[in-house]
Design a protein around this ligand. Structure first.
Ligand code: FE2
Length: 352
């Protein structure tokens, strides 16, 4: 199995995974031989990368459960939003069960190195962004030592963190160009609208509410709506804030190209003690791997190879399999290079 950026597909590859669209419907099943129309469909559906079959990397297996769980959550999220806005308490309880499914999975599998690419597979769909933020927050909460109930409340807050945006006029949300001060003030109010929507719908757990209300606060006090600093900001909000910014940066926006996960990762690190809490970012840094299994990377010594294993706590230093000579461009007997022991070598870029 090999990771490939969609823009590099040639149209003769074989799919190694079933692809679902942003609404949870099967787009193409695993084993499909690609052609140009299929590649166009994949591109139009917003995929940024996929996995294809590659005999030389046959030993790489990836757990797909989280992908399926994510699909199901994305599919069910619109009805949860609707139930909250309609204050339909009975159905809210049922819908929130999906958050518990995610929590159970993440508690069971949380020791694996979570891949930042896996979380950000699609371009930006509103609901996908909510679920991405939710999944990442639950992982991060677990790494920070939160228990089951807290993780469930954190997941709820993270999935619903932007629900207040529904109350902001669409013409402000979609405005291209500079916002007037009054328009920006209205956007900032989505935090308060969200807090009120949850409260009115009977979701009254204090950290869940604070997670939604404070997810745009910054530790240096320049955030909104309250301008809280450091320890005054709720821990759920601190976690959601990192995950929200990371997933938003990794998505395509009309006004800019998406960041690669490694660039978004650097952005998070550079905002420690400015926007983000140091302990939260430290856990983020220790536990999320940047380069996905099966991706081809170019190293600082000019050699290219495939990521075949992660090194826990060192997200930017995986183990690489090298199978051809980069000077003669000929295949060689494959060997493995552990970037944890070859400290003079770094990854320069994804070849994908
Ligand atoms: Fe927000």
């Amino acid at each position: 199995m090999r990771f490939i950026l969609v823009r590099n597909l040639k149209g003769n590859e074989i799919l190694a995974q079933t692809l679902f669209d942003g609404y949870g419907k099967i787009l193409l099943p695993a084993g499909t031989k690609l052609n140009v129309p299929y590649v166009n469909r994949i591109r139009q559906s917003g995929f940024y990368y996929i996995y294809i079959k590659d005999e030389a990397l046959d030993d790489i297996k990836y757990d797909r459960t989280i992908v399926n769980l994510k699909q199901r959550t994305v599919e069910r999220l619109p009805s949860l939003f609707k139930n909250i806005l309609n204050k339909d308490q009975k159905n809210i309880k049922e819908s929130l069960y999906m958050v518990n499914e995610l929590v159970s999975y993440i508690i069971k599998e949380g020791d694996i190195n979570t891949n930042l690419y896996e979380i950000n597979k699609y371009d930006n769909y509103t609901y996908v962004h909510c679920v991405d933020t939710g999944i990442m927050s639950i992982f991060l909460g677990r790494f920070l030592g939160l228990g089951v109930d807290d993780l469930s409340n954190l997941g709820t807050a993270a999935i619903l963190h932007d629900i207040g945006k529904i109350q902001v006029p669409e013409k402000i949300i979609n405005k291209i160009g500079v916002l007037e001060k009054s328009e920006f003030d209205e956007i900032k109010r989505h935090t308060i609208y969200g807090y009120n929507a949850l409260k009115n719908a009977g979701i009254i757990e204090i950290n869940t509410l604070a997670g939604v209300l404070e997810h745009h606060e910054k530790v240096n006090g320049t955030g909104y709506p309250l301008g809280l600093t450091g320890d005054k900001i709720n821990i759920f909000a601190k976690i959601i804030s990192v995950c929200d910014v990371f997933t938003a940066l990794s998505a395509n926006r009309s006004y800019r190209e998406r960041f690669n996960p490694n660039e978004a990762y650097e952005f998070i690190l550079s905002n420690i003690n400015v926007a983000f809490d140091k302990d939260v970012v430290d856990k983020f840094k220790q536990n999320f791997s940047i380069y996905p299994l099966g991706v081809c990377v170019k190293l600082s010594n000019g050699i290219e190879g495939f990521v075949i294993k992660q090194n826990k706590f060192f997200p930017d230093r995986p183990i690489i399999r090298i199978s051809y000579d980069h000077i003669t461009k000929k295949k060689i007997c494959p060997y493995e290079l552990d970037l944890l022991t070859a400290l003079d070598i770094t990854i320069n870029s994804i070849v994908g």
